[in-house]
Design a protein around this ligand. Structure first.
Ligand SMILES: [Zn+2]
Length: 252
């Protein structure tokens, strides 16, 4: 008998960085790849011999989110490799792309991967799970890679999850103005490893997460900030951290 495919999210412990795996019966996607080193082994623990990923999102180019892309491109077949589009173009900006990421993109493309860049409003329907890209949005006129990172709202009924990448409170304000109560989610992948400048009180009033996941490792930035942890606690969210627990698995 073949064991049924697990349906889960795994916030993988990749040290200081982000890498979340979403697995369902028919699809697997990855939100960020963590830094260089170890991601392939990590994914292998969950996917076994499967060597195909439907979608790999690179929320932005910072290496703590994109550094593992090259190893993945070398060893996995990828359906679509998705980058943020801060300028509305459907192809990623390669001028500011780190070289290894550029190489990853080229390797993947040569093997048939669709390479694309997305803005707000893009939707992906996996059947049992729907994704909507909330940002970047050129009309929000935000500056910098962090604030233009890909923010994903995922609905895997009954759970709703907000992947907030590395956005700051500036971007949060714009999202609240645009989406309001639609931001309500059960699970929040806390922005920017719990940085002080992200995850404002106002955002938490809209999202009202039951569970806050902080993907963080040893760092010199003071992540997660105690102010952010306090805001989450006051908002009633249960906090889970990859630096304390290692990989965090949630059943869908
Ligand atoms: Zn980061």
């Amino acid at each position: 008998m073949i064991a049924p495919t697990p349906k889960r999210y795994v916030f993988m412990d990749v040290g200081q960085g982000d890498a979340a795996l979403s697995q369902s019966g028919s699809h697997i996607y990855l939100v960020d790849t963590g830094p260089e080193g170890g991601i392939v082994r990590k994914i292998g623990e969950y996917l076994g011999r499967r060597k195909y990923l439907d979608v790999v999102f690179i929320s932005h180019y910072d290496k703590d989110h994109s550094g593992g892309a090259l190893e993945i491109a070398k060893r996995y077949e990828i359906g679509a490799l998705v980058f943020p589009s801060a300028d509305g173009k459907t192809y990623p900006d390669t001028t500011s792309m780190p070289y290894e990421l550029f190489e990853a993109m080229n390797i993947a493309r040569a093997r048939g991967t669709r390479v694309t860049a997305v803005t707000s409003g893009t939707k992906i329907d996996f059947g049992e799970e729907q994704l909507e890209i909330l940002s970047p949005d050129i009309r929000m006129k935000l500056k910098g890679d962090n604030d233009n990172s890909i923010v994903i709202f995922a609905i895997a009924k009954p759970k709703r999850i907000l992947f907030a990448a590395d956005i700051s409170q500036k971007a949060e304000e714009k999202l609240m103005r645009k989406y309001g109560k639609l931001l309500r989610a059960d699970i929040l992948k806390v922005a920017h490893h719990g940085a002080k400048s992200s995850t404002g009180d106002r955002l938490l009033k809209y999202v009202r997460p039951e569970l806050a996941i902080i993907s963080v490792g040893k760092n010199f930035y003071g992540h997660p900030a105690k102010e952010t942890l306090q805001r989450l606690i006051l908002a009633g969210a249960k906090i889970r951290r990859t630096d304390y627990e290692g990989d965090i698995q949630l059943e869908k």
